[in-house]
Design a protein around this ligand. Structure first.
Ligand code: MN
Length: 418
C-alpha cells in the first residue's frame, strides 16, 4: 500500500525522469484542434483520453462516454471503483511493449508544449480551510500576540469559510490588483483604494468526485472514496481589505477576486505511497473527527517569485503538505457533519500551508511579519506583491527515484483596472 511500483516503465521516452512518470497519470483538460479534450500527463506528452474513448478503448470500463464533455466532472462522478479501474488500464496502455506504442502518435499522444491547458474541472463550489497550525499560530501572533494566537476553537475543529467558485482560474491567467475599502492606521474612516497588501497563499486543494446526499454526512473513513484528487492552490488575498472587513463573518472581498489552481489533478491513487502521519493532535478531537489510517501526505511545496526586472524566479519559501494539522478526511467529515451536501466538482482548499521555520512560511504576511521585515528578491525587496510580479508555486512527492509532480500554478499581477 505504501510502496511505489518502480518496475513500471512507459514507452514514452524520458517520462520516468519527469514529474509525470507512469506512476503519476494526473488528469487535465486541454484545447486540441479547437475543442476541449481530456488527457493524462505522461512525461512531456498528454495521452488523449477523448480520442481513445471515441475509438472504444474504454468500453469495458465505462458505460457511457465521459471524456467528450470538456471537463473532468463526468468522469469524477463515476466513482472510486471506476477511477481505479481506468488507472490500471491507462498504465497498461502506456507501458513498454503496449500496442499503443506503435499506433499512438499523434492521435493519442500530443506534446504538452503544443496545446493550451484549460480549467480541468467545472468548479461547483469552493470552500477554504485554515488547517495549518503554524500558519494560524504565526498570523495570530502577528495580529494579536503569541498569547492569543489561536482562537479557542482552533484545535477542536477545522476552521473554514465558503468562498467563490466563479473566480477559480487556471495557472497562466493573470490577475488585476483589486480595489476595496481600506482603513489607514491613522484614521477612523476607510478610504477606497487599490490594495497595497496583495498576498499569495500557498495551499493545496482537493476535488470532490462523488458527493453526498443532503442529511448524510461523510465520515473520515469514507472520505477517500469521495475525493478524486488534488491540485496546487494559490488563494489570493488582499490583506488590508481583509483586516477591515473580516469581523464578524470572516473573509469576503479580500478573497473573492481570484483563486488560482494548477492544471493537473493528481489522484489519491497516485498519492497513496506518500501517505504519512500528520501532526499530533492534542487535545484529541471529538469522535466524528477521529480517523484510523495515516491521512496526511508528504508533498514538497515551493513558492518562487519573479519581478519584471529579474531574469528568472527566485524561490522564497519551502513547505510540505504534511504540515497540515487537520487532514483532508477531517476537513470533509467536518464540512458534511451538519448534513451539508457536497457535489461533484467542489473544491476544498487546505488553508495556507506553513511550516515551523521562517523560510517555510506560506504567504508574505507571515514571511515579512505584516510588512515589518521585507524579504529580498533579486536586487529588490518585497513586503507585499508589486504589479508585474509573477508568483509560481510547485509541488511534488518523491520516493525511490520516482517523482509525482503537480506541475505549477503561475500567475502575474497586473495593475488595477482603472
Ligand atoms: Mn486561504
Amino acid at each position: 500500500m505504501h510502496v511505489i511500483d518502480t518496475s513500471l516503465r512507459s514507452f514514452v521516452e524520458g517520462s520516468e525522469n519527469t514529474e509525470f512518470p507512469i506512476q503519476n497519470l494526473p488528469y487535465g483538460v486541454f484545447r486540441y484542434q479547437s475543442s476541449r479534450h481530456i488527457g493524462v500527463a505522461i512525461g512531456d506528452y498528454i495521452l488523449n483520453l477523448t480520442n481513445l474513448e471515441a475509438d472504444g478503448y474504454f468500453d469495458e470500463i465505462l458505460e457511457s462516454k465521459v471524456f467528450d464533455t470538456g471537463s473532468l466532472n463526468a468522469f469524477m462522478a463515476t466513482g472510486r471503483e471506476i477511477w481505479t479501474k481506468l488507472r490500471v488500464l491507462l498504465a497498461k496502455l502506456l507501458a513498454k511493449g503496449s500496442d499503443l506504442a506503435d499506433t499512438s502518435q499523434p492521435k493519442y499522444l500530443v506534446k504538452q508544449s503544443d496545446v493550451e491547458m484549460v480549467l480541468p474541472v467545472d468548479v461547483a463550489e469552493f470552500t477554504d480551510f485554515y488547517s495549518a497550525y503554524y500558519h494560524a499560530f504565526n498570523v495570530g501572533s502577528i495580529i494579536r500576540g503569541p498569547e492569543n494566537a489561536l482562537m479557542p476553537n482552533w484545535k477542536h475543529l477545522p476552521v473554514a469559510y465558503h468562498g467563490r467558485s466563479s473566480s477559480v482560474i487556471l495557472s497562466g491567467e493573470s490577475i488585476h490588483r483589486p480595489r476595496g475599502q481600506i482603513k489607514p492606521a491613522d484614521s477612523d474612516d476607510p478610504v477606497f483604494s487599490a490594495t497595497k497588501r496583495l498576498d499569495f497563499e500557498l495551499e493545496m486543494g482537493f476535488f470532490i468526485g462523488t458527493g453526498n446526499k443532503m442529511g448524510h454526512p461523510i465520515s473520515t473513513g469514507e472520505a477517500d472514496s469521495h475525493i478524486f484528487g488534488m491540485v496546487l492552490v494559490n488563494d489570493w488575498s488582499a490583506r488590508d481589505v481583509q483586516v477591515w472587513e473580516y469581523r464578524p463573518l470572516g473573509p469576503f472581498l479580500a478573497k473573492n477576486f481570484a483563486t488560482s489552481i494548477s492544471p493537473w489533478v493528481v489522484t489519491l491513487d497516485a498519492l497513496e505511497p506518500f501517505r504519512t502521519k500528520g501532526m499530533d493532535q492534542d487535545p484529541e478531537p471529538l469522535p466524528y473527527l477521529q480517523f484510523d489510517r495515516h491521512q496526511a501526505y508528504d508533498i514538497e511545496l515551493e513558492v518562487h517569485l519573479q519581478s519584471e526586472s529579474m531574469d528568472m524566479p527566485q524561490q522564497i519559501t519551502w513547505s510540505n503538505a504534511k504540515n497540515l494539522y487537520w487532514n483532508i478526511s477531517q476537513q470533509l467529515a467536518h464540512h458534511t457533519i451538519t448534513g451539508c451536501n457536497t457535489r461533484t466538482g467542489d473544491l476544498m482548499g487546505s488553508g495556507t500551508i506553513s511550516g515551523q521555520e521562517m523560510n517555510t512560511r506560506g504567504c508574505l504576511l507571515e514571511l515579512t511579519e505584516l510588512g515589518r521585515n521585507p524579504i529580498s528578491i533579486g536586487e529588490e525587496t518585497r513586503t507585499f506583491l508589486h504589479d508585474g510580479d509573477t508568483v509560481i508555486m510547485r509541488g511534488y512527492a518523491e520516493k525511490d527515484g520516482i517523482k509525482i509532480g503537480f506541475g505549477e500554478v503561475r500567475t502575474k499581477i497586473l495593475p488595477v483596472i482603472s
